[in-house]
Write a protein that binds this ligand. Structure first.
Ligand SMILES: [Zn+2]
Length: 349
């Protein structure tokens, strides 16, 4: 590591960054998992949570993700999680995020969506007040619970927004995550149509473990405006060309793809630079930072190093995060200006 590289890394850490693919449950600190499990009487299979945070497949990761979710019982638990997620991300230069929460398991267990959203809102607001880093919410459907539960979630989100319950205005849109194997995204059409009619934005995880045709279905049948991961798009040059032309964003998580799904042997083998060379609006995100020992500063540093990106390449990636966001036009302009100005001041020699 040269002196210049250190300055470069430091500047990347401080560069104002946007994150559009981060699961709030995946930000849970190992210590918080243990404390909440103890307080709520949830048995953990290992004493060291960090031992749990190792995976060889997406489905193995999901079983740990579900275990971590299970320690969230009370409204205060959601608030603590949300607060810590903002504080931890802000420490690495995240200034704005649209964060997923996936409440299917909790709703099935008897928790009320209204309480979950109110708790998340309370924690996010406290984190924002302390750091100035903003976070909005995306309510994710858990595919494993099926289309009926997905529709019910969207109906409930629409209901909260209509009644303007605490935190409801933070929910910008809906998404869909969890297992992709053997699930036809079109089966969630009713939920996505209701979301669209109700003024909610739409995204969805696809193409991490499913073919490019599933990505096309997400956009064409479900009306998704963004695609989370979207890796398999690279197998379909025509679809790549269309996404590039229409500037349909992909929220890509290169390090997560290696640590969770083992989709690539090493970062250098990831398709992220290929995506950007093809003109795709491919943004950079951490996915589940605590569960995979990542942060957004590391994500930027490691990607810059693996692909030889310059400072201006990295600033463009940060700006692409703004373009891909669901911020309104005035906030978008302001954030773009902030990133440009601070990038100029931070520019490493
Ligand atoms: Zn994800």
């Amino acid at each position: 590591m040269t002196e210049v590289r250190t300055g470069f890394d430091e500047a990347l850490e401080r560069l104002p960054k946007v994150e559009l693919h981060c699961h709030v449950e995946g930000t849970m600190r190992p210590g918080t998992v243990m404390e909440l499990a103890r307080a709520n009487g949830i048995p953990l299979p290992a004493t060291e949570v960090t031992e749990l945070y190792r995976y060889t497949s997406l489905d193995e990761f999901l079983s740990v993700f579900w275990l971590v979710q299970s320690v969230l019982v009370k409204r205060a638990d959601w608030a603590r999680l949300a607060y810590e997620s903002v504080v931890d991300a802000a420490a690495h230069g995240r200034v704005y995020a649209e964060v997923f929460f996936t409440p299917a398991r909790h709703l099935a267990g008897g928790q009320r969506l209204e309480d979950i959203v109110a708790g998340l809102h309370e924690g996010l607001a406290a984190g924002e007040a302390e750091t100035g880093s903003r976070a909005m919410l995306i309510a994710d459907i858990d595919r494993a619970y099926g289309p009926a539960a997905g529709l019910l979630l969207v109906q409930e989100v629409v209901g909260l927004r209509r009644r303007n319950t605490p935190g409801a205005e933070r929910i910008l849109g809906i998404g869909m995550d969890s297992t992709e194997l053997g699930v036809d995204p079109a089966s969630f059409r009713e939920a996505y149509e209701l979301a669209g009619r109700s003024g909610l934005r739409r995204t969805g995880h696809q193409g991490e473990n499913s073919p490019p045709s599933a990505i096309a279905t997400l956009v064409d049948v479900l009306g998704a405006e963004r695609v989370d991961h979207g890796l398999s798009i690279m197998e379909d040059p025509a679809l790549v060309e269309r996404f590039a032309l229409e500037r349909i964003p992909l929220t890509v998580c290169p390090n997560s793809n290696i640590r969770i799904a083992n989709a690539y042997p090493a970062l250098a083998d990831h398709c992220f630079p290929g995506m950007r060379r093809a003109g795709l609006l491919a943004t950079l995100n951490t996915d589940d930072p605590a569960l995979t020992d990542l942060d957004l500063g590391y994500e930027y540093r490691s990607v810059a190093e693996a692909f030889g990106y310059t400072w201006s390449d990295m600033v463009q990636i940060a700006l692409d995060g703004v373009e891909a966001s669901w911020l309104d036009p005035a906030d978008r302009t302001a954030l773009r200006r902030r990133i440009t100005d601070e990038a100029a001041a931070l520019q490493p020699g």
